[in-house]
Design a protein around this ligand. Structure first.
Ligand code: GRF
Length: 234
């Protein structure tokens, strides 16, 4: 099945850019295409990224009262997979319910830690540094009706260094997001990953790696591993 993907974003759109580039690089092997980008901010960089890539770009305020408009837009573009990539609003519950198991989010920390309402962007990285943890990371999860609480699909660790500023940690985490999110979205689009009847993420990632539990994604031969080696070696 060739998945029709919508990306919802409030910010610069670097995750959107990474997903566009990843799918383009797969050429005829790509399991889906981005057909729509939606933002709650008319001036979001993500909308400019979409327009530059020839992808339909729409801005909707994004409140719960906009559930009908959001769903109508997704339906009009025959979207079957929604990716929240730095979308700062809570998706209206009616939309989440209608698309159960077909909406995912990327979060710049290892949920359930450092997640939930108000935990976005630099707030996350400041909290991570204040907590003194030695490892942060990236989480991709199915979206439910609360912030950052849905079933976890994949996580990847990111080292925290003693001299880290929130900005330095954010950049290291964002680089890992750019590797992890596209691979998980592709696995979902191929049907290799799904939300199981037990409410947990189920499936494997076919990247040449051995079957990987989605509690911790193993991508030994991927650039991400080299990125982490470089980060850890720093
Ligand atoms: C990322 O850090 C993401 O984890 C968070 O918001 C940021 C989006 O960045 N949810 P961008 O707009 O994709 O550059």
């Amino acid at each position: 099945m060739h998945a029709r993907i919508a990306v919802m974003a409030s910010g610069h759109g670097s995750n959107l850019r990474a997903l566009i580039d990843y799918l383009d690089a797969l050429r005829d092997e790509r399991p889906g295409e981005i057909v729509l980008v939606v933002s709650d901010r008319a001036d979001a960089g993500a909308l400019a990224v979409a327009r530059g890539a020839g992808i339909a770009a729409e801005s909707i305020a994004g409140g719960h009262h906009d559930a009908g408009r959001i769903e109508a837009l997704l339906a009009a573009h025959e979207v079957d997979l929604v990716v929240l990539a730095g979308y700062l609003r809570l998706l209206p519950p009616a939309v989440v319910r209608a698309r159960h198991g077909r909406v995912v989010n990327v979060h710049p920390a290892l949920l359930p830690a450092f997640g939930g309402q108000g935990m976005y962007g630099m707030h996350v990285h400041r909290a991570v540094l204040a907590a003194g943890v030695r490892v942060s990371g990236v989480t991709v999860h199915f979206v439910d009706e609360r912030f950052d609480c849905g079933p976890i699909i994949a996580q990847w660790p990111v080292p925290v260094f003693d001299d880290d500023t929130p900005e330095a940690l954010a950049e290291r985490v964002l680089r890992v997001e750019h590797h992890l999110l596209p691979r998980v979205v592709s696995a979902l689009a191929r049907g290799d990953v799904r939300l199981g009847d037990d409410g947990r993420a189920r499936g494997v990632l076919r990247t040449g790696a051995a079957e990987a539990s989605f509690a911790l994604l193993q991508l030994p031969d991927e650039p991400l591993a080299r990125t982490l080696d470089a980060a850890i070696a720093r």
